[in-house]
Design a protein. Structure first.
Length: 233
């Protein structure tokens, strides 16, 4: 299609711009070519007589996150979404490194991603996001918080690494659940001692102090006694 550009009086150049448009298609490189038409008696065509712009698909940018970023043992799975920008017309495989102080199998399990490192996750065609999950494992140990870290590996020409480029899950010990019961729940005066059992679940590797509130209509000393070696006031 013929077009024209005017070089103003007093100037040796004129400019115009071409801006590539971002789309959701996967395409081969495309070209825009402007060629100077002849105009006898007005100007002659020099070299170069044509200029070519090659438009390539934008390299997708990928990022990763964890939701939530802290989870207690036994509290359920944590989702790690991997998100891309740009075209979604074809699948995109993202490579990840896994590090951290937590130990696979002992401290957590993986779903939707290989247990090897590096590993990869594929974002399907038509989608901007793929997910995998990390599930903290409940154990009977008292431990400091431990981490699982996934970092996106670079892959030049396939994708660029955006922000955040890494996601960290901190695994904490589960808060123990405590309960109390009496056996039996009724006893006549002068009968044998009644056992009150305070129980906990989860970690048993360290002592746990459980606070109790004493109430009721009976009076300690005159109506009942307690074992001073097993309960403190």
């Amino acid at each position: 299609t013929p077009a024209s550009v005017t070089i103003n009086a007093g100037s040796t150049t004129a400019t115009f711009t071409v801006t590539p448009v971002s789309d959701a298609l996967t395409e081969s490189p495309e070209t825009v070519i402007f060629t100077i038409n002849t105009n006898a008696g007005v100007y002659t065509v020099g070299s170069p007589s044509a200029a070519t712009l090659t438009i390539t698909d934008a390299t997708p940018q990928v990022s990763i996150s964890a939701n939530p970023t802290t989870q207690a043992e036994g509290a359920g799975a944590v989702t790690f979404p991997i998100t891309r920008t740009g075209s979604t017309a074809s699948a995109l495989t993202v490579n990840l490194a896994r590090t951290g102080t937590a130990t696979l199998t002992d401290d957590y399990t993986l779903t939707g991603i290989a247990t090897t490192t590096p590993a990869s996750v594929t974002i399907n065609a038509g989608s901007t996001t793929a997910t995998f999950t990390v599930t903290p494992v409940s154990d009977a140990l008292t431990e400091s918080p431990e981490t699982v870290i996934f970092t996106i590996n670079t892959n030049a020409g396939v994708y660029t690494v955006g922000s955040p480029s890494a996601a960290t899950l901190t695994i904490t010990d589960a808060t123990p659940v405590v309960s109390i019961s009496a056996n039996p729940t009724t006893r006549a005066e002068g009968g044998a001692a009644v056992v009150f059992t305070v129980s906990r679940v989860i970690a048993t590797s360290s002592p746990l102090v459980v606070n109790l509130n004493l109430a009721g209509t009976a009076t300690v000393g005159s109506d009942y006694t307690t074992d001073p070696t097993s309960i403190t006031s």
